[in-house]
Design a protein around this ligand. Structure first.
Ligand SMILES: Nc1ncnc2c1ncn2[C@@H]1O[C@H](COP(=O)(O)OP(=O)(O)OP(=O)(O)O)[C@@H](O)[C@H]1O
Length: 472
């Protein structure tokens, strides 16, 4: 590296630079500066040195100016730098007086690549200071990265795309859309039944966006009473209402500024709040409750619902304009029953995950039990599958989940799932008996006395069968 001044300076300007008056002006500028600076001519003769550098070398300035650098410091590398026309940046240099420092030496060249000056600068007046700063910097970087990780744990997205399992066309298309959406700032609307993974998607979108180091703030619109929702979302100022905290409170939108906000269960947002939300999305600014000034917002909005927003718009319970505002990138996550081919791989992966979490090692699901899992229509989707597996893992005696470990409601499709071929009459009878008892229990709201009377068996016999088939 070298500096070329000639291309930007006229001949007249170059003459001014070489004049004594100019050198004096430079001295006036550089003397008060606490960074040691030196300027030498093409023959390495010192033409300017500031006071702090002269003090460092241990000579009065007047004694240095006009001398060749080697006369001042016999170890100087300026002659070498000007000869080779190559800068030396952050070099460690030991001066004749025994002091060591970190220095820059830069040749200044003209348009013919000829040396005009040499510019020198002392970065650290002693190497220990330099090492200390590097060490401090390392510690700071370490602390910063630790703090960032902690903050991410608290406020960041917990899941990424690899947490979303499934290879079916339906889920793959949704993932593809999600990945595309993550690259823009557009609002995302996630639609899908309960337990299909909408929240997972919201995390993954934030996690793969360029806001991933900023906050990911979630708010469940159905869990907060309507009259508190506004202050939760937008915050409030001191004294905004009775019971308000003394110093006011920051809202979720403000917290998420720079990052993403996940508005879960948006379909449950009261109409009065919908219009306030619409205003915020349009204006890109918020006003705290009881506040008098607006706060600019830069927040990526991800909304989700398991409600049918089209129907809600038609019946007037969801604002049409808000629906269009949210529906920029709409991702539909298909229910599990529409992607049956995901059930088996999901089951295997979830078994591994749950084995780690529960400390119970379950390797597999018997083929009969798997047939039941495949034939069930999973109204609670992946969440339900996860719960069914966890329950079964707790009941299993060895490393395999069998049909008897599955909950009764899942075995309702028994005719479809069961291949009676190869089953003994006793097994078929037992299955049927279990199914009939369960149906009666459900119909009577688990009134065992009624069930015993309906089925014309004694209560103790009913209790035995409930225990045998694990119907509790
Ligand atoms: N594709 C998937 N792969 C792995 N786990 C999944 C998948 N989809 C959902 N899950 C798991 O199912 C559970 C429910 O997921 P999530 O909370 O994201 O669903 P949701 O659609 O937001 O549900 P709700 O509408 O009830 O809030 C979570 O434990 C999640 O880890």
């Amino acid at each position: 590296m070298s500096l070329k001044v000639s291309n930007i300076l006229t001949t007249e300007e170059k003459e001014i630079i070489s004049s004594t008056a100019f050198i004096h002006t430079m001295e006036k500028i550089f003397d008060p500066i606490s960074v040691p600076i030196i300027l030498v001519d093409k023959d390495t003769r010192v033409i300017m040195i500031n006071k702090i550098f002269a003090d460092f070398l241990g000579y009065p300035k007047e004694e240095i100016v006009g001398k060749k650098v080697l006369e001042v410091d016999e170890y100087s590398r300026f002659p070498y730098v000007l000869k080779n026309k190559k800068s030396e940046i952050a070099w460690k240099h030991k001066f004749k007086n025994g002091k060591t420092a970190i220095v820059h030496r830069i040749p200044v060249l003209d348009e013919n690549n000829e040396v005009l000056y040499g510019f020198g600068l002392l970065l650290f007046q002693d190497v220990k200071e330099f090492k200390d700063i590097i060490e401090k910097n390392k510690l700071l970087e370490h602390a910063l990265s630790h703090a960032k990780k902690q903050l991410q744990k608290i406020n960041g997205a917990k899941y990424s795309w690899e947490h979303i399992l499934g290879n079916s066309v339906g889920i793959s298309e949704a993932i593809l859309m999600g990945k595309r959406a993550s690259k823009t700032k557009s609002t995302v609307l996630l639609l899908g039944e309960s337990g299909t993974g909408k929240e997972l998607f919201a995390h993954a979108i934030h996690h793969s966006s360029n806001r991933k180091h900023e906050r990911f703030i979630k708010i469940n619109c159905s869990a907060i009473p309507a009259d508190l929702l506004e202050s939760e979302l937008f915050g409030y100022e001191e004294g905004a209402f009775t019971g308000a905290k003394k110093d006011g409170k920051i809202g979720k939108f403000e917290l998420a500024n720079g990052g993403s906000i996940f508005l879960d269960e948006i379909g449950d947002m009261p109409l009065s709040m919908q219009s306030k939300l619409l205003r915020v999305l349009q204006e890109k600014e918020i006003e705290r409750v009881g506040g008098s000034h607006t706060i600019p917002l830069d927040v990526r909005v991800i909304a989700a619902t398991n409600k049918n927003l089209d129907d809600m718009v038609k019946e007037g319970s969801f604002r049409e304009d808000l629906f269009y505002r949210l529906n920029v990138m709409c991702i539909k996550i298909p229910p599990l029953r529409e992607r049956v081919q995901d059930i088996e791989p999901l089951t295997i992966k979830l078994l591994q995950k749950l084995s780690d979490e529960l400390g119970v090692y379950i390797k597999q699901v018997s083929s009969e039990a798997m047939a039941h899992l495949l034939n069930y229509d999973w109204p609670g989707n992946v969440r339900e599958l996860e719960n069914v597996l966890e329950r079964a893992m707790n009941l299993a005696d060895d490393d395999t989940i069998h049909t008897s470990h599955l909950p009764y409601n899942l075995l309702k499709n028994i005719e479809k799932a069961m291949n009676y071929k190869g089953q003994s009459l006793r097994e078929i009878v037992e299955h049927t008996e279990k199914e009939v008892i369960m149906k009666c229990l459900e119909d009577t709201n688990f009134n065992k006395a009624k069930v015993a009377s309906l089925l014309k068996i004694s209560r103790s016999s009913l209790y035995d069968k409930i225990e045998k088939y694990k119907l509790e």
